[in-house]
Design a protein around this ligand. Structure first.
Ligand code: ARG
Length: 460
């Protein structure tokens, strides 16, 4: 492509280090779309004859069919998908292929192709996250009343419902989706036509190519257009946030599936056995979701570090932008699908959850609140009195609700038999009626809103 200036060809290792074709062939579809839009614009502005443009576009469409059939280029000396496609076009239509690159450079071309790819990737992730939200809401609806221990510090804290716990993840995924939506809206300007870095002297119409490719308009600064990879970083940062959320849910499933917890039993389809210990049933899919989050974070870090020292405009370092985005996208897709499957099919052992909720003095706060409400005791003093009751129950090896009234009265004479109504786990969760609280009625209201919002999404 640059034979005019060069006397010798590249060293073998130069060909190898220089080539992005092994990974950027994944952009073939976007590259052809961008080239067709560019050729059509050149013709409409009279920069290219209608006949030449028609020949070029027909050739590109044939190449599109070849690529779609799996016949992708492999010759590393062509460096990347952009040059490989142009060279294939020349094989097909001859020297007129050389007119396609008028008024553009690979710098704006690669930025455009990659943006189009990331835009599709965002739409794919969003669909996966929508399905995960559906799964969470559906399971939450089945367990809006199922009592489990709520934890802080992984210590039994107050009873909550399993539906409430699952809906917490629905909230997280909702924020994840909004981050991707923000990123998509922000990135949707077309770099095509910025050319190498300074714009072009040809009378192009960048608005036309932007519209043809579904962008909201052209980018406004040619230097920024070819040097910007914020869209890839936005994608990776949003992906990292999703991965962190999935990792937390995976971690909970792993803990819950352990024998001492016994809160869930993961289906065979998402578990593996051991080659030596016949009793084992390991939560491998959840562990890999947790593990993949580390790799996705690594991809984000890699591109941040690649970009951080680069002067304007394009530098070849930026060719390394694609592998981390592709890797993160593949890992994220697997993680979302696996997590959704686990949420849909896990067996929840609600009897076990209830038993543990009842055994951990989880209604101690309810006793303290009762003293405040019914006996007008200041909360700090009520906290103290309750602490003594917990100690007494611990010594007897019984639940708070099983302490005899006589014993409670020796701890504080203001306690009477009405207190037993608040010491059960069901009474405790039912009382947490504040907006967003764990009371089953609240949880059901949030589930109804979430379901309506998911139903209102069209095109799913
Ligand atoms: N293979 C390059 C990449 O992926 C294409 C851009 C080359 N531009 C240049 N000025 N050498 O980034």
């Amino acid at each position: 492509m640059w034979g005019g200036r060069f006397a010798a060809g590249p060293a073998a290792v130069m060909r190898e280090i220089n080539a992005s074709l092994p990974f950027d062939k994944r952009l073939w579809k976007q590259d052809i779309m961008g080239s067709i839009a560019h050729a059509a614009m050149l013709a409409s502005k009279g920069i290219l004859s209608e006949a030449d443009a028609a020949t070029i576009i027909a050739g590109l469409e044939e190449i599109d069919d070849e690529y779609a059939a799996g016949d992708l280029p492999t010759d590393l000396s062509l460096e990347d998908i952009h040059m490989a496609t142009e060279s294939r076009l020349a094989e097909k239509i001859g020297p007129v292929a050389g007119r396609l690159h008028t008024a553009r450079s690979r710098n704006d071309q690669v930025a455009t192709d990659f943006k189009l790819w990331v835009r599709d990737a965002i739409d794919e992730v969003d669909l996966g996250l929508y399905r995960l939200q559906r799964a969470l809401v559906n399971r939450a609806a089945d367990y809006a009343d199922a009592v489990m221990p709520g934890f802080t510090h992984l210590q039994s804290a107050q009873p909550v419902t399993l539906g409430h716990h699952l809906m917490a993840y629905h909230e997280m995924v909702g924020r994840d989706r909004s981050r991707f939506a923000d990123a998509r809206a922000r990135m949707n300007l077309s770099p095509l036509g910025a050319a190498a870095l300074a714009g072009t002297g040809f009378p192009t119409d960048r608005h036309m190519t932007a519209a043809a490719l579904g962008f909201d308009g052209p980018t406004r600064n040619s230097l920024d257009s070819v040097s910007d990879r914020d869209f890839a970083l936005d994608y990776l940062m949003a992906a990292t946030q999703v991965a962190l959320h999935l990792s937390r849910l995976a971690e909970e499933f792993i803990i819950w599936a352990s024998q001492p917890f016994g809160f869930i039993s993961l289906p065979d389809a998402y578990s593996t056995g051991s080659s030596i210990m016949p009793q084992k049933r390991n939560p491998d899919a959840a562990e890999l979701v947790r593990g993949h989050s580390g790799r996705i974070l690594g991809c984000m870090t890699a591109l941040c570090v690649t970009m951080k020292g680069l002067p304007l405009a394009y530098s070849k370092d930026m060719q390394d932008d694609k592998p981390p985005v592709f890797e993160a996208h593949d890992l994220l897709g697997l993680s979302i699908t696996a997590m959704t499957g686990m949420v849909e099919t896990t067996t929840f052992r609600t009897d076990r959850m209830r038993a543990l909720a009842e055994s951990g003095f989880a209604t101690a706060t309810d006793l303290a609140d009762w003293l405040v409400r019914e006996a007008n005791v200041p909360f700090r003093e009520a906290h103290h009195i309750t602490g003594r009751a917990v100690k007494a129950a611990e010594q007897k090896g019984c639940a708070l609700a099983d302490l005899p009234l006589a014993e409670l009265k020796t701890i504080d004479g203001r306690i009477d038999e009405r207190v037993y109504a608040v010491l059960t786990v069901d009474a405790s969760v039912a009382s947490r009626k504040s907006f967003g609280g764990t009371a089953p009625d609240q949880v059901r209201a949030r589930i109804a809103e979430a379901t309506a919002a998911l139903d209102a999404e069209t095109g799913r």
